[in-house]
Design a protein around this ligand. Structure first.
Ligand code: CDP
Ligand code: MG
Length: 670
């Protein structure tokens, strides 16, 4: 009967509505569970928990992709290492890794990002008071130490990717060595330290108890709990870390690796971009299914290859155009970074264009072919001139091996090295740690802000060059950040150390405030903090030059950047008057394209600008008795907007009160 049939179909539709998304969700969860169980690290979960319980400092070495970064924090959480509200902090040298891994782990745990699992990177914090597994950059944890010298909210700190030996990792290791020792002695157990005051000279009180055990309290008088410190590395050589931490225990997590066929070019390539482009199409047209990972040196190269591939695709027969190009690099907006981890649409081959972040920091599934031009961009420093150029150099052997390894994670793969075989043997074994080849002014400023005045005496895992220390100190003197006796100057040095920027930019902002051009300087610094804003494709050189002219300032490039930012802002605001925010953003991207502006870089600059502006600049109203005072921290009742932003009815408060009364907002101080 028709009526019954229609009733029946309505009923089924309802069931489908209920079951559809739920069934998808359950299937996805099941898949994730299977994936987790199949990871090499899963077989040693119990053993790892025992190792962490028995060792306050542990070094874990494991091949890339074995599951260290995503799984270990979850094991520790389930193993009770967050009892009493402690947080498991995991540091990454790269923001992309912190973001993508946190998102993945939140999904694996079945929670919304920012609840149990979150990430915190410069200018972006997704954590909340319920976050227990927190991924962050190593630089960010160093900044947290400025406010909370014992990192007391962490029960476990995992320094991940330690083999990368970024300057921030190296400094963090030095700091954590002391923090860990002090917190152990504070708990009155095992390693009793003769330091009652860490080298960083921070707020510490020593108390003798009845058994005269050293008890260390933090500035709020709270007893500190011991800290578990885990160093994770993808390099098989754990010796350097083990020795540095007084013979700390090192364990090895076995990986899974299928054979990878290595192919070399017959002759050296004059243009590796062109060679990479040809190889992408060669693989796509001649090889079986499997995704491709191409290692490039930076955003500009990635975006130029992306455009070149898109331009050439329409020239292929219709059936061969199923190539999905996905970039992944540090400054890519975080919502775009996750695209690399999603499977390509049905029948498509995914080509990931990545910087060296894909060497060990992030593991992208599905890769069968790796293209390695053998180049990497590094920061160098010449202490004699103070110049700090970013240069493109050959990778080390260790990097080449890590890169080719990416092709053999899920089955046999192929790696195309875009240089002749004899060149491989000439490569350096490993990369020189960054601390030996960078400007140290930022590090020194941070150490000074932590109260560590004796830079030469700091316990670095590997000492930086003396000349580099001296030259970097000279720069800080020139900028007025240090006093004659090499202490942080007040207020300039202190103000500079609070800004998460290169000291030169920090000083520019501090001074700009005095010269009433803070707003302009904030824009310029934000624009300088991202990769190039303008691009000029070879085939449209004239058009791009004309576009640039409409923003250019006769005074130079800095003001041209300012003009560009303002023009984009004006365009966006006008667009918002007539369309939705989403549509306006889309229009802005189109505007960028027409003006040869890199819309990703511009968006990044806008985000940085927003983060740097930290609210509103206000003045104390002349009617207040505090009009001429310069209080550190105040509360106020009223904001009055005239030609200035004035605040009225003000009282001076102690910043520490905020932490006590509103720990959910100011928790990082405690
Ligand atoms: O840290 P390690 O290199 O040992 O491995 P991992 O980063 O924990 O990755 C373990 C697995 O999780 C790999 O199979 C990755 O492909 C997968 N993963 C993922 O699917 N999506 C992410 N965003 C991160 C990791
Ligand atoms: Mg990892």
């Amino acid at each position: 009967m028709p009526s019954m049939a229609s009733n029946y179909s309505t009923h089924t539709a309802k069931i489908n509505q209920l079951n559809g998304p739920k069934a998808d969700f359950l299937a996805r969860r099941q898949k994730i569970e299977q994936h987790r169980k199949a990871l090499p690290i899963a077989t040693v979960e119990k053993k790892l928990l025992e190792e962490v319980s028995n060792n306050d400092i542990l070094i874990i070495v494991g091949e890339t992709g074995s599951g260290k970064t995503t799984q270990l924090p979850q094991y520790l959480f389930n193993g009770g290492f967050c009892r009493n509200g402690g947080i498991i902090g995991v540091t990454q040298p790269r923001r992309v890794a912190a973001v993508t891994v946190a998102k993945r782990v939140a999904e694996e745990c079945g929670v919304t990002l920012g609840q149990k699992v979150g990430y915190s990177i410069r200018f972006e914090d997704t954590t909340s008071s319920s976050t227990r597994i927190k991924y962050m950059t190593d630089g960010l944890l160093l900044r947290e130490a400025l406010l909370d010298p014992y990192l007391s909210k962490y029960s476990v700190i995992i320094v991940d990717e330690a083999h990368e030996r970024t300057v921030q990792t190296d400094v963090l290791l030095g700091l954590l060595k002391t923090v860990q020792k002090t917190r152990s002695s504070s708990a009155g157990n095992v390693a009793r330290s003769d330091h009652t005051k860490p080298d960083n000279g921070v707020l510490l009180e020593k108390e003798e108890d009845v058994q005269s055990t050293s008890i260390v309290k933090n500035s709020r008088g709270k007893k500190l709990s011991p800290l578990k410190l885990i160093i994770m590395s993808a390099s098989l050589d754990a010796r350097i870390f083990s020795e540095y931490f007084g013979g700390a225990r090192a364990v090895h997590v076995q990986g899974r690796q299928y054979p990878v066929e290595i192919l070399y070019t017959r002759q050296p390539e004059t243009d590796y971009i062109d060679a990479a482009l040809i190889t992408i199409f060669q693989i796509h047209l001649e090889e079986g299914p499997g995704d491709v990972l191409v290692f490039l040196t930076g955003q500009e190269e990635i975006e130029s290859i992306e455009r070149l591939v898109q331009d050439r695709l329409p020239k292929l027969p219709e059936s061969k155009r199923k190539l999905s190009i996905i970039p992944i690099f540090a400054s890519l907006p975080s919502e775009k970074q996750m695209k690399a981890f999603l499977p390509a649409p049905d029948g498509f081959r995914k080509v990931i264009l990545a910087t060296n972040i894909a060497e060990t920091s992030v593991t992208i599934p599905g890769i069968k072919y790796v293209i390695d031009p053998g180049m990497v961009k590094v920061r160098t420093y010449d202490p004699s001139t103070g110049i700090e150029p970013l240069i493109i150099v050959k990778t080390s052997k260790a990097q080449a091996l890590q890169r080719s390894g990416r092709a053999g994670r899920e089955g046999p793969g192929k790696c195309y090295r875009l240089y002749p075989e004899n060149e491989f043997y000439k490569l350096k074994d490993s990369t020189m740690p960054e601390i030996k080849r960078c400007n140290l002014s930022n590090v020194i400023l941070q150490l000074k802000a932590l109260g560590i005045d004796d830079i030469i005496g700091f316990d670095f895992i590997e000492e930086p060059d003396r000349m580099a220390i001296i030259k970097s100190m000279e720069l800080l003197f020139l900028l007025g950040a240090l006093t004659d006796d090499s202490k942080l100057s007040d207020p300039v040095g202190h103000q500079m150390s609070r800004l998460p920027l290169d000291p030169i930019y920090s000083k520019a902002l501090v001074v700009a405030n005095q010269f009433s051009c803070l707003e302009e300087m904030l824009i310029v610094v934000a624009m300088l903090s991202v990769e190039s804003i303008f691009y000029a494709p070879r085939e449209k050189l004239e058009e791009s030059r004309t576009a640039l002219k409409s923003f250019s300032s006769t005074e130079g490039d800095h003001l041209t950047l300012l003009n560009t930012y303002r023009a984009s802002d004006e365009f966006l605001e006008k667009s918002k008057l007539v369309s939705s925010n989403e549509k306006a953003e889309k229009n802005l991207r189109k505007w960028c394209k027409e003006n040869f502006i890199n819309s990703r870089s511009l968006k990044h600059a806008r985000d940085i600008h927003r983060a740097l502006s930290s609210g509103l600049t206000v003045q104390i109203h002349p009617s207040s008795v505090l009009f001429r005072a310069k209080p550190e921290c105040i509360i106020f009742d009223e904001l009055v907007r005239t030609n200035q932003n004035y605040i009225r009815n003000i009282s001076i408060i102690d910043y520490l009160w905020l932490i006590e009364l509103a720990p959910q907002c100011y928790a990082s101080q405690e």
